[in-house]
Design a protein around this ligand. Structure first.
Ligand code: ATP
Ligand code: MG
Length: 273
């Protein structure tokens, strides 16, 4: 049965889509069956996976509104090696249209149920906001992956996100945990980035992934070719770092880190509370 992860951070441009697309491709390269769900009306993960968002129908929009199944709406990307439940601008309407619908936060979860045996991993890319679309991602997932740049304001935003995860855990999805923080666009020459990275490790302990994604231009170039960086230039430093991250995720899924119930630790307890 699929492990479902939502890549989230309400801050814009922090590397959510790059992480989602490259993690999906990295997992596909080690033989995992992967579905990427694009929950962002920008459709960047869709395009970056080599699926044309223009005229895409049905898309995740029809799925959320109960007009299509995931099986009908998904596309296979030969470029990327995984399936894509794509998004385009139409999805922006869902944020409003879902408001008076039944089980509005659980629409994606309910829809994914039918394909849960088709995949080892389902990865959800979310928009830069904590609205109903992101909530659907958090309710469908068992874990949240948070890509972040190591800068001062990133820590501030993290508190809001941790609180949201806590609330969703308490009210909507008791399975949800914060799987980990992924340091992205990292430049070790910048002292502030090193300091923030150390603070993160002190505060969040093993919740900080070992893999660190460097700032690497090949990762930024890849989407314009409709390919994940991991496929576009697999020898680049950025691609190699995402492959390492994919391996780390496989390990975490097969041997989850202890939860506070079995091994209390201030850092993990803080996130779970
Ligand atoms: P949004 O909030 O708008 O959805 P996002 O969090 O999904 O943004 P991305 O689109 O993944 O962020 O990344 C923002 C920009 O930074 C993109 O142009 C992307 O190509 C670039 N980028 C992401 N990661 C890296 C990296 N490690 N090195 C260099 N450029 C990167
Ligand atoms: Mg994005």
């Amino acid at each position: 049965m699929a492990s479902v992860f939502c890549v989230a951070n309400q801050k814009g441009g922090v590397g959510k889509t790059t992480t989602c697309v490259n993690l999906a491709a990295g997992l596909a390269q080690v033989g995992k069956r992967v579905l990427l769900v694009d929950l962002d009306p920008q459709g960047n993960a869709t395009m970056g996976s080599g699926v044309d968002k223009r005229g895409l129908q049905p898309s995740v929009y029809q799925v959320l509104l109960g007009m299509s199944s995931v099986a009908e709406a998904r596309r296979h990307s030969d470029n990327a090696g995984y399936d894509v439940l794509g998004a385009n601008r139409e999805l922006a309407g869902a944020e409003v249209e879902l408001v008076d619908q039944e089980r509005r936060e659980h629409r994606l979860k309910d829809a994914l149920h039918a394909v849960r045996h088709d995949y080892d991993f389902v990865l959800i890319d979310s928009p830069p906001a904590l609205g109903l679309l992101t909530l659907n991602g958090l309710c469908a997932a068992q874990g949240v992956i948070v890509p972040m740049q190591c800068e001062y304001f990133a820590l501030e935003g993290l508190t809001d996100l941790v609180n949201t995860v806590r609330q969703v855990h308490a009210r909507l999805n008791p399975d949800l945990t914060l799987i980990g923080l992924l340091r992205v666009m990292f430049d070790p020459r910048i002292t502030l980035q090193q300091q923030v990275s150390e603070q993160l490790k002190t505060h969040f302990g093993s919740k900080v992934f070992n893999a660190v994604i460097p700032r690497n231009v090949r990762l930024a170039e890849a989407p314009s070719y409709g390919q994940p960086g991991v496929v576009f230039d697999r020898s680049s430093r950025g691609a190699q770092a995402y492959v390492e991250f994919a391996q780390e995720m496989v390990q975490r899924v097969s041997a989850p880190i202890p939860t506070p119930a079995s091994a209390p630790s201030p850092a993990t307890a803080e996130i779970r509370r």
